[in-house]
Design a protein. Sequence first.
Length: 347
Amino acid sequence: YGHSNQLRQARAMGDYLIVGVHTDEEIAKHKGPPVFTQEERYKMVQAIKWVDEIAPGAPYVTTLETLDKYNCDFCVHGDDITLTIDGKDTYEEVKTAGRYRECKRTQGVSTTDLVGRMLLMTKAHHSNIDEDLDYRKHTDNFGKGPKGHSPWTGVSQFLQTSQKIIQFASGKEPQPGDTIIYVAGAFDLFHIGHVDFLEKVHQLAEKPYIIAGLHFDQEVNHYKGKNYPIMNIHERTLSVLACRYVSEVVIGAPYAVTADLLDHFRVTLVCHGMTEVVPDKDGSDPYEEPKRRGIFQLVDSGSNLTTDLIVQRIIKNRLEFEARNQKKEAKELAVLEAMKRLEDKKH
């Protein structure tokens, strides 16, 4: 949702927004291995409602040639400096030419921050337990918050405001003739699996109005376990609202899809993906009422990506990164020792 907020701000500066997305190779070279493949990232970015077009395989260094190729007046980036592997500002050329604009970074979130939460596979970040052993073990490895402590345990530093929700919300009421479709879930670490599902749901009607019901953190933790959700309810709300297929979000939707909820929103169809439906606390089927009304439909997104799989990719990347670093450190140490021995011989 930090990326989405940057794109929202960029779109407000002009009339048409083209988003350049780097290849896996470019990212691996300058930043490290990406979590999502380039194809997944192209689709994810295209699904953000402020994006008019994407430029696949955009170079890591933005040049005037690239801007001219896509007929762009200027480019926009966050107020954090990005450097190439050689330490050069990737926007130097366009800044000099006066074709650069800046937008504000979203406070309280970063990719590093979310990675840290994923690596801490305990329930600690749903409470204020700061002295968790895993937390202490990892505290020096990841991005630290402005106060010098790791931002991914205890309560998230992201502070939700009504203004932020208004900025992200479509503000559109359902119109006569719209098919009101209700979907519910955690929508944690909003990813390509969610996008594929919502796109398929969107295709079910000529004039779809999709309402996404988001469960509270404790509810998600009850049926998913471990340290899920990785993102709190406020973060998940913005992530889902940024998707072009979603018209409205119910914050803290009940786990069971009740008659009251269906009547209140005048729901004509309720959809669920192919993932397992955990029974409600009393053992009942949370979709009992829509099934009774004959308005329930299973939708196959065609994607097998889950939040769990993303966490596994992150951990794999992290372990490979640490192994590489250890090898590099051992090599550097061996070189230093050899140099020291040579010095000793001279003396």
